[in-house]
Design a protein around this ligand. Structure first.
Ligand code: MG
Length: 349
């Protein structure tokens, strides 16, 4: 018998209802994690992921809400598609909300059909350079999605009233991000007419599709080390509240911020930026990858081999020259962060 393909129209109708339910329940308590949030396409009975506690220990859970009726929990605690159910490649529905219960606590998750692009192309501050959008604007994010990047990078700071706001520099429009309330920052015009966006606006935008992911750079605080930790915590709380884990990669120059993210979600894909840790050191600290400046890489091309040996991912910034792109692609990099995503897209085609 052929596996039953799920009819997407029904699910399309359900999504707003499910999203409303998620919001009504409010924030999930930070207990359970999945080690994967994406649903393989065209595979009946496919495993999505296993539930764990924050220490990364597998947990048994009960499925208490699944309006789409697509999912089962295996005896091992894996979230999976039902035996004869698969997701069609051409189906329009891609977000599916589920609620599970463990030790009397209910938690909500969004599972996402895996149409995510794997072409190594990360648009640095969005796809702004060859388009109309300013860097780190919603327009530059939309352009990165439109042209088909695997990831779109952006930078966040904590506003004076505790809201993650997006800017590369520590100041924007003559105001210091860390000393200005979010409402004031959000009123500042960018060159292209966009306003300074918030992390939540970016999450809202990325969750409208399932091709491109966000690469969230958490900036170390200029005020104190603790404030950097607070920013990491706030970002992770927001991502959890929106159930946006499937869409996220994380990067930071502050190693303690990377470790904080890994502690809050042992399966978070977090990469370290500062260039001073070996792949073995990253692995020992359960950090998923590194994202180093190309000068560091050029001084040590053995790092590709070392990364593979330690099962650590490789990203390189900011790679804008065609011959550099060729070198690193040939060396087997996992990602390249670039201001020229259009050029890199041509190369990986
Ligand atoms: Mg950045």
């Amino acid at each position: 018998m052929r596996p039953r393909s799920y009819r997407s129209t029904k699910v399309m109708f359900m999504i707003p209802v499910l999203m409303a339910a998620v919001t009504a329940f409010g924030q999930s308590s930070p207990g359970l994690q999945l080690n994967n949030y994406t649903i393989p396409v065209g595979k009946a009975g496919a495993v999505v992921g296993q539930f764990h506690d924050q220490q990364g220990i597998a947990k048994a859970v009960k499925l208490v809400e699944d309006t789409s009726g697509l999912f089962d929990i295996s005896r091992k605690g894996e979230m999976k598609l039902k035996k004869k159910t698969s997701l069609a490649n051409n189906g329009a529905a891609f977000k599916f909300a589920v609620t599970v219960e463990s030790n009397g606590t209910r938690e909500h998750f969004i599972l996402v059909k895996d149409n995510f692009i794997r072409n190594k192309v990360v648009a640095h501050r969005g796809a702004w350079k060859n388009n109309a959008g300013s860097q780190n604007s919603l327009t530059s994010l939309r352009d990165a999605i439109r042209i088909g990047c695997e990831g779109s990078e952006f930078d966040v700071w904590l506003s004076s009233d505790g809201v993650p706001m997006i800017s590369h520099d520590p100041h924007i429009g003559g105001k210091k991000l860390e000393e200005t309330p979010a409402a004031e920052l959000g009123a500042i015009d960018l060159k292209n007419g966009d306003k300074v966006p918030s992390l939540e606006a970016y999450i809202g935008e990325i969750m409208k599709q399932n091709n491109t992911r966000l690469v969230l750079e958490i900036k170390p605080s200029g005020v104190s080390k603790e404030r950097g930790q607070q920013l990491a915590q706030t970002c992770m709380d927001i991502i959890r509240r929106h159930n946006a884990q499937a869409w996220m990669y994380y990067i930071s120059f502050d190693y303690d911020i990377c470790k904080k993210i890994a502690a809050l979600d042992p399966f978070a894909k977090v990469a370290y930026l500062n260039g001073d840790k070996t792949p073995a050191e990253l692995k020992a600290d359960k950090i998923w990858g590194f994202d180093y400046n190309w000068k560091i890489i050029d001084d040590n091309m053995n790092i590709f081999k070392d990364a593979r040996k330690n099962d650590v991912t490789v990203n390189i910034w900011t790679v804008n020259k065609p011959e550099q792109m060729d070198t690193y692609l040939k060396a087997g990099t996992d990602y390249l962060t670039t201001d020229e995503p259009e050029m890199l897209l041509q190369k990986v085609k």
